[in-house]
Structure formats: structure tokens, C-alpha cells
Design a protein around this ligand. Structure first.
Ligand SMILES: [Zn+2]
Length: 440
């Protein structure tokens, strides 16, 4: 692969020692960053490299989304049949569990490609997805894998096991895919997916944990998203959700417990002592009106909390700002969340990706993967390491991503997606969606 220079931008390296470098160039050789430095010096050192002009732009590491549902795409604009859902369980029963079972084989690729395009548009280069399509389970993860590879992004994939239709449904698809991916190639990784505590029996969970442990992968499961999940665990097993899942062996440093809205302090201590990952999805929690995750408390306990979108969008900066606003309001304290919300996105999601993919993302440095988001931004006030978060929360969040690069490959340039044909794919999905809605 040829050498490419992202020239004359403002480079924000992130990583442990974040640096903001004006008039700088990032040099990409193959899949990795080869050098970062002053633009004039890099012109001398790499005179014949291809140039992408980044004047008036910020160069950041590509964003990471640690919980997404590609399959939710075709619900957009749909009127769910019957009375509006009045609570979380009804939202599942009337919308998501009707939609996922209505998906056919031909729907899976476009319903993944559209959010993948939106990830590229938003500078998101790595995604941890949670898939469900009960009418066409077998091979569904391969179809998504193909879409991810074609898009040029990185993704960790799993199928959500649930007993709600057939006991243990989805275990085989996860097992097959986990074995196929093995240790992964840095682009595609796998997890053992489970829907949620209240839809899986002990027997099902134990089977899943056995497969995950044998393969050395974690589990990816919704936990205490709504009070109903906690109530179910207390009623059926006499213990809260995290205790139940911990007793069954689901906790651990590679396992992702999504949401954790309704967990008590003892459950937080279990999450902390087992180094289990929590992923916070504020927009989804607000949309489903399930409650507010006690984010500051989880962080205080030393739990690794990341940030996801739960299928709501593929815009990580917007999700970060929602987290910032939500926790200020929830705590009635305008002093909080200014560092915490960006930390979830910029540091913690990189740590979570490192556990899943075994690679160092979320930082621009020589030798590290060239996953980059180039964003249109003329800072209206001085921009330095000291005030970067202010620019991130109040400026960059509303700026447009111009160029997205993953594994050294340019996926979008001048806001044109290069790897997927957006017009063709959306035309197809507009034809498929009404058929899916009819099947509901
Ligand atoms: Zn989810």
C-alpha cells in the first residue's frame, strides 16, 4: 500500500499523553501510522507520498462504538402495530421482537450496510454489534462480517441468544462464528451474545459460558436495562441480576454488561472485582424511559464504563454530549461529567476495544493502526491540550466529518463514501422495509 500524508491539519493524538499539534502531518504507511510531525518536515521526509489536505480540519483517532444493533435499521419510520408501548417490556414485545423475527436473509446485509455507512460518516471506525434475526439465524453473522469487511471498518460480532422463541436459540450460530474467527485478525472479533437475564434460563447461560470460556471470549449481554430485568431475577432466583449472572460465570474482563441502569451497590462491587465491562447508552435509556445509569458511582467504583448507541444512531460525539448533559441534570450538579463523558468515549472505549480485538486503538502514534477521523473545524478560540474537552463538547460535536480512514484505507473523502454505494443500498432497503413491516 502506498504512503499517504494527511497534511497541514491540527492533530489531536489522544492516548495517555494527549497532544494537540497545529500545522501537522500524519503519515500513513499500509495499515499503520508511520510518523507525525511538522508539515514542512514531513514534506521533506516523504516528498512523493500521496497528499490529503487537512487545512481547516482536526485529525482525531477514529471513534469506537461499544454497543450497537445494526439489525434495528429497518425500524426507522415504522409505525408499530397496535397501541403505543407503555413500558420497556411492551417496547420489546411490540417492536423489537416483532421486527427481528420479520427479518429475512436478504434484509441482513442492507440493514448492516446502512449503519456502517453512518459510522463512516460519523468517523466511527470500530463497532461492537449485537445481532438478532430469529427467522434466519444460521450464517447471519457471516453476512454481517462480509458487510463490515466491504465497508472497511472493524467490528466485533455476536448473535443474541434468547429462550423467548426456542430454548437456546442462537447458541449454535455464536459457537460456529466464534470458532471461525478464532483469535481474530484485528478487523473482525467475536463475542458470545445473550439477550438479557430475563430471557435466558440457567441452562442456556451455562451452555453459553462454557463455549465462551473454551474459546477465551467474553459474553455480551443487556443487564438491568429496565427494572423488569431486576424484578425477574429477584422473583425467579431470589438475587439481583448481576449476582445471578456472576454465579453463572458470565462476569469477567472480556464480558460486556450493557446498560446496568438498575443495579445496587453490591452488584457494582461484583462488576468492579471481576473487572467486567459496562457500556452506557444514554440516548437509548432516555428513549425507552428506563431510568438513568448511576455513571459517576460506577466510575468511582473503578468499573470500566464505555459508551454505545444501542442502535439509536452511529454518532458517538452526539452520544458523548448526551451523556454529559444527562449526568449533569441527573446529579443536579454543573460540576460533573465534563471529564467523565469524554473519558467513556475516548479512553474507555479504546480499552474495551483492546480487550476484544487485542490491538491499541484510540491514539495516533507511530506504529499504531491508522484509524482516523478528519473533522472540519476552525477553532474559534485557542485550542490546546488544556482546553480540548471544551472544544470537543461544544464545537466538534456539531462539526462534519470530512474524511474517515480505517486500517490505513480511506473509506470517505470529501464526505464521499468510497467503499459502499449509499444510493444503491438505501434504494434497496426502501424496497425491503415495507415488506418487513407487512410481515410484522
Ligand atoms: Zn442493546
Amino acid at each position: 500500500m502506498a504512503i499517504t500524508k494527511l497534511e497541514n491539519g491540527i492533530v489531536v493524538t489522544l492516548g495517555e499523553n494527549n497532544r494537540v499539534l497545529w500545522n501537522s502531518t500524519v503519515v500513513i504507511d499500509g495499515e499503520h501510522v508511520a510518523a507525525i510531525g511538522d508539515t514542512a518536515k514531513m514534506k521533506e521526509r516523504y516528498p512523493s507520498a500521496a497528499v490529503i489536505d487537512c487545512a481547516g480540519k482536526i485529525i482525531l483517532p477514529g471513534f469506537i462504538n461499544t454497543h450497537h444493533h445494526f439489525y434495528s435499521t429497518l425500524a426507522r419510520g415504522m409505525a408499530p402495530p397496535g397501541e403505543p408501548a407503555a413500558n420497556f417490556v411492551e417496547i420489546l414485545e411490540r417492536l423489537w421482537w416483532k421486527l427481528d423475527i420479520a427479518l429475512s436473509n436478504e434484509d441482513i446485509a442492507p440493514s448492516a450496510q446502512i449503519p456502517l455507512i453512518e459510522c463512516i460518516r460519523n468517523g466511527t471506525t470500530t463497532i461492537i454489534d449485537h445481532h438478532a434475526s430469529p427467522s434466519c439465524r444460521d450464517g447471519s453473522l457471516d453476512r454481517i462480517e462480509n458487510a463490515v469487511r466491504e465497508a472497511g471498518l472493524r467490528a466485533s460480532l455476536c448473535y443474541e441468544v434468547s429462550d423467548r422463541n426456542t430454548p437456546g436459540a442462537g447458541i449454535a450460530e455464536n459457537e460456529r462464528f466464534i470458532k471461525k474467527i478464532g483469535r481474530g485478525d484485528g478487523q473482525i472479533a467475536s463475542l458470545m451474545g445473550l439477550h438479557a437475564s430475563f430471557t435466558v434460563s440457567d441452562e442456556t447461560v451455562e451452555k453459553c459460558v462454557g463455549i465462551a470460556n473454551d474459546a477465551g471470549v467474553g459474553c455480551h449481554i443487556h443487564v438491568a436495562e429496565d427494572a423488569a430485568d431486576r424484578a425477574d431475577s429477584l422473583t425467579k432466583y431470589g438475587i439481583p441480576t448481576v449476582n445471578r449472572l456472576h454465579n453463572l460465570g458470565v462476569t469477567g474482563e472480556k464480558s460486556i454488561f450493557v446498560h446496568c441502569v438498575h443495579v445496587d451497590e453490591d452488584e457494582m462491587d461484583i462488576l468492579a472485582s471481576t473487572d467486567t465491562i459496562v457500556v452506557h447508552n444514554p440516548e437509548s435509556n432516555m428513549n425507552n424511559a428506563v431510568g438513568v445509569t448511576k455513571l459517576l458511582k460506577l466510575l468511582e467504583k473503578g468499573i470500566l464504563v464505555g459508551l454505545g448507541t444501542d442502535g439509536m444512531s452511529s454518532d458517538m460525539l452526539a452520544q458523548m454530549r448526551t451523556a454529559y448533559l444527562l449526568h449533569r441534570l441527573d446529579n443536579r450538579d454543573p460540576r460533573v461529567a465534563f471529564t467523565e463523558a469524554p473519558r467513556l468515549l475516548l479512553q474507555n472505549n479504546a480499552e474495551i476495544a483492546a480487550r476484544q480485538f487485542g490491538i491499541h486503538l484510540g491514539e495516533i502514534a507511530p506504529g499504531l493502526p491508522a484509524d482516523l477521523a478528519v473533522i472540519d473545524y476552525h477553532p474559534p478560540t485557542p485550542l490546546t491540550e488544556a482546553n480540548f474537552l471544551g472544544h470537543l463538547i461544544f464545537g466538534l460535536v456539531d462539526a462534519s466529518v470530512d474524511t474517515t480512514i480505517c486500517r490505513g484505507k480511506v473509506l470517505m473523502r470529501n464526505k464521499q463514501i468510497l467503499t459502499l454505494d449509499e444510493e444503491r443500498i438505501t434504494a434497496l432497503s426502501r424496497e425491503l422495509a415495507p415488506e418487513v413491516w407487512k410481515r410484522l
